[in-house]
Design a protein around this ligand. Sequence first.
Ligand code: F6R
Length: 237
Amino acid sequence: MKIIVKENYKEMAASCADFICAYINKNPGRLLCFAAGDTPLAILKKLIEMQETGRVNLSSVYYAGLDEWEGLGYEDKGSCMQVMQDNFYGPAKIESERLRVFDGKADAEAETSAVLDFIKDKGGIGLAMLGIGMNGHIGFNEPGTLPDFEGGRVVLSDNSLNVGQKYFDKAQDLKYGVTLGIKTLVAAEKVMLVASGEKKADIIARSLSASNEPALPASYLADHPDYHVFLDKSARA
Ligand code: F6R
């Protein structure tokens, strides 16, 4: 595990974008999987700027969705699909054939099969950029998830439901999510975990000092041979 600590969120985002850009330039044709949520936003913005200045061609790789709130689609502000489309796939001009995300309004198990098939067809995940929930979740792999979970419909924890309201402009009555599972994520060639801010310091400290602990799903990444944790100083208290 490599831990990269930057002075602040902006510097952390720039460092993550450099890392992703280098991966794409070396690995055209591979598939990337990015978390939605707040933490990746500046990273995604930076990647788009890099494309605009000719440093990277974001359409030289493929993308798979990581997760989605069951019941939400593009028209719902705060859905993973809306966040990723408006902040990345749209401005980066990624054509629809290059990506497969979860549709939270469709059948969760059928969506999971389709996303997993897309990933397998492209040779597996090359690079996964994951965030971490306040309870240690990665994607929607909630505490208690077992390592052989490939992906599918999950019951969301109260913590994820409460924290998740920050993404929405109106109260959402949610109970389930759909996600790539631990087994699929640890099979990625390269994994990044990104976290920013004091509020993440405790869960980061606990997750990084554990290994394969179901109560701390991010700890399943501990033994990954190519694992990079990007933090800002305040998340590394
Ligand atoms: C979102 C996702 C989640 C988030 C996590 C952190 O697609 O998979 O696991 O990465 O909840 O979210 P933020 O970055 O908003 O703190």
